[in-house]
Design a protein around this ligand. Structure first.
Ligand SMILES: Cc1cc2nc3c(=O)[nH]c(=O)nc-3n(C[C@H](O)[C@H](O)[C@H](O)COP(=O)(O)OP(=O)(O)OC[C@H]3O[C@@H](n4cnc5c(N)ncnc54)[C@H](O)[C@@H]3O)c2cc1C
Length: 452
């Protein structure tokens, strides 16, 4: 055998024997991890990225401590941090059509939504709906019920038709509506607490183009028309731009027209202007509204057409921290008006738009949309500014309207509140206990959430 062959077979042998590889991948020196906005961090002892199911199983079988799955680190809540092992499925990125199905695909759980959009397009499929960025992984997204907007469109979790995950003992579980249906309803939004999701089967659709129209409207017109507009358009959302009296809405509808030339959408340009207006005109709400609001009133609607998997997401290089609650559809707009009033009365330093989206109800036990059509309202603070004073005053309004927080976005709730907001919370906990009795997938945050 040649020397090179010898080397190759040595490498192949070590690839097949999973645990030695996982040890090799675990960094010798602990390196800090932080999430996108840097409000969460930890110093994990090791970081592991298995190449395949066998390696993942060996890792879980050969390790006793805590293992937290990590996606792209785009959650603001402390779902990920651990001082033990961080496990990434970034090597699980395959996308295969399901033979004989109507536009379903089996997808490696660690793929980013951006990669997924491109790969689905190549096999003649597209996600039915998407959030406003595409950096998240599929597993990370479904674990927190990540959503886009659309009166008749659910969260990403609601389009899962089958799920495969590995429990703390290294055993694989498969669930769908027919096989282990309770497990399926629990695991589609699982916060990384039930196991490591390895494969997700998604109901998709054929590729489509969307036409986006951006329209400026005064507050009162937008509040009065929002539900009607959400009924008319496939996707509809709007942003209230505080201290301007104006809103900007985005409506997206399917079109057979070709993609138009347009500059890449960059939400940062507008934010820079709003921050500058806050910095120079923040001393007078009236001056701010006069300058910004009057200018916005002169703006014409804008339009562009793109592939669905490209048009939903924008670049977010201006970092922020965020609180988002999902409110009953019936009272969401009223809650939004209350929030805008509060911000304009007490928080002149806020310049980020307040985002309002529509999401259809579903039947995943821990989905904030569980059996409830919802209006989602998100408030943001620039990442270098303290979000606590604002979020502390906004959260009681969300709570008053029986809002359920986005699992990946900041909130102060714990076990008693979640147990009363989610009718199947205790059923979820029973399944968690059966799959992971020694709490190997639980970190401090989940222990508080589940009262472990
Ligand atoms: C700029 C920005 C824009 C955003 N826009 C939206 C939006 O439009 N709509 C929306 O709903 N949300 C949005 N979010 C929130 C984001 O979609 C969620 O927090 C999502 O969960 C992040 O995915 P991730 O891949 O980064 O996962 P992480 O944040 O790394 O992890 C999230 C959860 O998934 C678990 N997890 C990850 N991989 C696995 C696995 N293989 N098996 C089991 N569990 C796993 C983790 O343990 C953790 O509990 C946004 C966030 C940011 C920062």
């Amino acid at each position: 055998m040649q020397r090179r062959d010898l080397l190759k077979s040595f490498v192949a042998a070590s690839l097949c024997s999973a645990f030695p590889l996982s040890l090799a991948q675990a960094s010798a020196r602990a390196l800090p991890w932080k999430n996108w906005s840097a409000n969460q961090s930890c110093l994990p002892k090791s970081r592991i990225a298995p190449e395949n199911i066998d390696q993942l199983s060996s890792i879980l079988k050969g390790h006793n401590g805590t293992v937290r799955a990590v996606g792209s680190g785009h959650s603001f809540t402390a779902l990920v941090p651990t001082d033990d092992t961080l496990l990434s499925l970034r090597n699980f990125t395959s996308v295969n059509p399901v033979t004989g199905s109507n536009q379903q695909a089996d997808i490696g759980a660690g793929i980013s939504l951006q990669q997924l959009g491109l790969k689905l397009d190549k096999i003649g499929q597209a996600l039915i709906n998407m959030p406003d960025i595409d950096k998240q992984t599929l597993a990370g997204s479904i674990s927190t019920a990540t959503h886009g907007t659309g009166r008749m469109l659910g969260s990403l979790s609601s389009y899962i038709t089958e799920l495969e995950f590995m429990d703390a003992q290294g055993d694989l579980h498969l669930c769908n509506k027919q096989v282990n249906p309770d497990l399926f309803d629990a695991a589609r939004v699982g916060l990384g607490a039930l196991g490591i999701i390895t494969r997700v089967r998604m109901q998709n659709t054929q590729p489509f183009n969307l036409k986006r129209v951006g329209t400026w409207r005064p507050y009162e017109e937008a509040f009065a028309q929002a539900k009607n507009l959400a009924d008319i358009h496939r996707n509809f959302e709007f942003y209230v731009i505080p201290f301007t009296g104006m809103t900007l809405s985005d409506s997206l509808d399917i079109t057979s027209a070709p993609v138009t030339e347009s500059e890449e959408l960059n939400s940062n340009d507008g934010l820079g202007d709003l921050k500058m207006a806050r910095d120079y005109l923040g001393w007078s709400n009236k001056a701010r509204e006069l300058v910004l609001g009057s200018y916005m009133k002169t703006l014409e609607p804008s339009a562009n057409i793109d592939h669905s998997f490209k048009i939903y997401s924008s670049e977010r290089s201006v970092r922020f921290n965020e609180m988002e609650y999902h409110l009953p559809y019936e009272t969401g707009i009223e809650a939004l008006q209350e929030i805008v009033n509060l911000i304009e009365r007490k928080f002149p330093e806020v310049f980020f738009p307040i985002e309002c989206r529509f999401v259809k109800g579903d039947d995943c036990w821990l989905s904030p949309f569980y059996r409830r059509d919802s209006i989602s309202i998100a408030v943001h603070r620039f990442f270098e500014e303290d979000y606590l004073p604002l979020f502390k005053e906004i959260e009681p309004i969300f709570r008053k309207y029986e809002g359920r927080p986005h699992w990946g976005k900041l909130n102060t709730l714990g076990y008693p509140e979640f147990a009363s907001l989610y009718p199947r919370f205790k059923d979820f906990l029973a399944i968690r206990e059966s799959l992971d009795p020694s709490q190997r997938f639980a970190n401090d945050y989940l222990k508080k959430t589940f009262a472990l």
